[in-house]
Design a protein around this ligand. Structure first.
Ligand SMILES: [Zn+2]
Ligand SMILES: [Zn+2]
Length: 257
């Protein structure tokens, strides 16, 4: 059985797992090791079972658990060379690793993984497409924007973890200081509900049938706004998909592939 499941999602911590017959791959390690261990246990897994730990980028909400987690597992760390440079000093010595340049393809055991560069304010930031065919999942958070090049990599994925960070009006009228508002709304920040809704339509036109809306801002979004933006865009386009929200601080609903 192959499945994908989020363990946490949002600016307070991001973590997910992709499990197939041979590999048990953690994607990002936000929150802390105790939190991740507890959520893995709910899936009948433990850190020792992990084969690989993939990191998208060096922001705290994606790596905070890593220094301790890598002591509890023999999993291979997989990240871009620039991401590794940013986090290496905090890691235990002797961690096995696979480093790549975003855009390169890699193989983890028998699992093909494509990588793509993301326009986000962390060096070497990237996204992943894991598996192939009916088991293909794309991880698209902390995106900044979506380019045609990225879309060409993620298109056709059976399931997509898609960032729906903010509602543009809530950011504009909200209490954040102007520089922070500008960062969020820039092409190096996060995807808005409206933008992701358009991406969702294009994805579903290429065969995506499961969408997990992720990395919702606690201050500048609500689950209802994110859900309705995507649902309404799909309905207008005459498309259907199973849409779920990646829970902020608890295990998400596993997506069976
Ligand atoms: Zn980030
Ligand atoms: Zn993030």
């Amino acid at each position: 059985m192959t499945y994908f499941c989020t363990l946490a999602s949002g600016s307070s911590g991001n973590c997910a797992v992709y499990v197939n017959r041979r590999q048990r791959i953690l994607i990002d390690a936000g929150k802390n090791t105790r939190y991740i261990t507890e959520r893995l246990r709910q899936l009948a897994l433990s850190p020792a079972d992990l084969t690989h730990v993939l990191i998208t980028h060096s922001h705290t909400d994606h790596v905070s658990a890593l220094p301790v987690l890598m002591k509890r597992t023999r999993a291979c760390l997989v990240c871009s060379a620039k991401t590794y440079s940013a986090i290496a000093s905090r890691l235990p010595l002797g961690v096995e690793k696979i480093l790549f340049e975003p855009g390169e393809g890699i193989t983890l055991g028998e699992c093909p993984v494509r990588t793509f560069s993301t326009s986000h304010d962390a060096p070497g930031s990237c996204g992943y497409v894991l598996g192939s065919g009916a088991e293909q999942v794309a991880v698209c958070t902390d995106m900044g924007t979506m380019t045609g090049e990225i879309f060409a990599v993620i298109r056709g994925s059976a399931a997509v973890l898609l960032e729906c960070n903010h509602d543009v009006e809530m950011v504009r009228t909200g209490p954040y200081p102007y520089p922070l508002k500008r960062r969020i709304l820039s092409d190096q920040g996060h995807l808005s509900n409206g933008f992701s809704a358009k991406v969702a339509v294009r994805l579903c036109q290429t065969g995506t049938s499961r969408l997990l809306l992720a990395h919702l801002s606690a201050e500048n979004n609500t689950p209802q706004l994110a859900l309705s933006a995507v649902q309404e865009a799909l309905a207008r386009a005459g498309l259907e998909a199973e849409i779920t929200l990646a829970a902020r601080g608890e295990l998400g609903q596993p997506v069976l592939l």
